[in-house]
Write a protein of this length. Structure first.
Ligand code: EPZ
Length: 439
């Protein structure tokens, strides 16, 4: 398939300006939230990525009228209706977002069908927290070969729930269900990522009453009706960090318009420790400029974590930059048990990365003393050479692309359509940054 590969002539610094738009991991959830309103919602700065297309398709199957206005989507849920199981299965594709339709569809229709979930293969990614929470709200879950059928014969009622781990998706599940459940819900050990706070802002605009307490406690007072929202999402801090790492790995200089310092503070600390330079432009339309200042990069020891820790999605692009640092870097991945598989390809390109089952360099995590190679030691600097690469998952795939751009010579990267799930127009952005790439 010629349209699913990218030929990269690497070894040149990426220089110039690109722009990031609304965060993928907020936009897709805010689109689902529109189901809860009794009037249309308007979402601005929506990136053209595959995850948005998938959610749009699923909403349309359920009777939501979706119209585009410049870079915004208007989502009208006046005629929400049941969708056919086989059509849902066809449209859900590779996304994990369908699981978040449970609460809103139970409120709107009294029943919901959720297909088998896709998403990146970076761990088992169970949905046990989601189902336990939904059952506590009063949902009945029937598992069938084609997916999950949910009903709520007695309605959905507020509840007290403590997450075993601060899961982003399960926190969103509770929010999207509790806002219209009868009574008060208290969620303990909630995730508080900026995308979740932004979802809370959109829900608040709809009329929801949500209090975020200290110590990861969120309290939601259910209301009988919600209206549509008008919302401009936070920018995509994951995409911004990916470009920052591309600047570092290629000795480049990239200004990411739309990126905000406040969402990236933890990343910026590590970026600085490695030896990267940045400059913030706070003016409207501003962004963050990231560059390699010329001196040799330094190794770091990091541990991925839930917010406000170092995001797991920042890990893969950073590791490519760490292959260029002098000395030993340590990365302990504590969010997903299998998120280091992409390093095999980097080793094949000349990197020296050794994986370990132990929890290296930090506090023991859930994956320690089990069969998961979830720590990495990266020895650098390594001269990367061109290779043929097959994209394994979204972030791992983008890091392969960065490695190909950093390596001298001609690489071919296969399966790049996966990157379209979360990176808008990345081929055009690469060209704008001076990369020699072609389909
Ligand atoms: C979201 O995934 C993001 N995806 C991920 O980004 C991100 O890496 C992750 O949060 C962590 O920040 C979207 O927002 C669409 P989790 P999510 O529930 O919600 C375990 C990307 O590349 N868990 O916080 O699926 C789970 O296995 C993607 O943009 C359970 O055990 O992540 C994992 O180890 C990849 N049971 C941990 O919790 C459950 O029921 C965190 O997962 C739910 C989760």
């Amino acid at each position: 398939m010629t349209d699913d590969l990218l030929r990269v002539h690497g070894g040149h610094p990426l220089r110039g300006e690109i722009r990031v738009r609304g965060a993928k991991n907020l936009v897709s959830k805010a689109m689902v939230a529109a189901l809860l309103g009794d009037s249309p919602s308007q979402l601005h700065d929506v990136p053209r990525i595959r995850d948005v297309e998938v959610v749009r398709g699923l909403l349309e199957l359920h009777g939501v009228k979706v119209t585009e206005q410049a870079d915004s989507l208007v989502l009208d849920p006046s005629n929400v209706d049941t969708a056919k199981v086989d059509e849902i299965n066809v449209h859900a594709g590779s996304s994990r977002i369908p699981i978040l339709f449970c609460g809103p569809l139970l409120h709107r229709l009294g029943h919901a069908f959720i297909p088998d979930l896709g998403g990146c293969h970076i761990g088992d990614r169970p949905i046990d927290f989601h189902l336990a929470a939904l059952r506590q709200f009063g949902a009945i879950v029937d598992k069938a070969p084609e997916g999950l059928h949910l009903t709520a014969p007695g309605g959905l009622h507020g509840t007290k729930f403590e997450l075993p781990y601060p899961s982003v998706g399960a926190t969103e599940q509770v929010l999207l269900t509790a806002v219209r459940a009868e009574g008060v819900t208290e969620l303990r050990n909630a995730a508080v990522e900026p995308e979740i706070v932004d979802l809370i802002c959109a829900l608040q605009k709809m009329g929801a009453i949500i209090k975020v307490h200290t110590d990861r406690v969120i309290e939601i007072e259910g209301v009988p009706r919600l209206r549509g929202y008008n919302h401009r999402p936070i920018p995509d801090r994951l995409e911004a960090a990916s470009w920052a790492c591309a600047a570092l790995a290629t000795h480049g200089d990239i200004t990411v318009r739309g990126a905000r310092q406040v969402d990236m503070m933890t990343f910026l600390n590590v970026f600085t420790a490695v030896g990267g330079a940045f400059e913030v432009d706070d003016a409207p339309g501003g962004g963050v400029r990231f560059w390699h200042p010329g001196e040799e990069l330094r190794p770091v020891a990091i541990e991925t974590d839930v917010h406000p820790g170092f995001m797991t999605d920042w890990q893969q692009p950073l590791v490519v930059a760490l292959t260029q640092a002098r000395g030993l870097s340590i990365v302990h991945e504590t969010v997903y048990e299998r998120r280091l598989g992409y390093t095999d390809a980097l080793n094949a390109m000349g990197a020296t990365i050794q994986l370990y089952r132990d929890c290296l360099g930090g506090t023991p995590c859930r994956f320690g003393r089990r069969d998961f190679k979830h720590s990495a030691v990266i020895a650098g600097p390594s001269k990367l050479h061109a290779a043929d690469l097959v994209i394994p998952d979204l972030r791992g795939g983008f890091s392969h692309l960065i490695a190909a751009l950093a390596a001298e010579g001609n690489s071919t990267v296969y399966g790049v359509s996966l990157i379209h799930r979360g990176y808008e127009d990345f081929e055009a952005k690469l060209t704008a940054l001076g990369a020699a790439v072609s389909a």
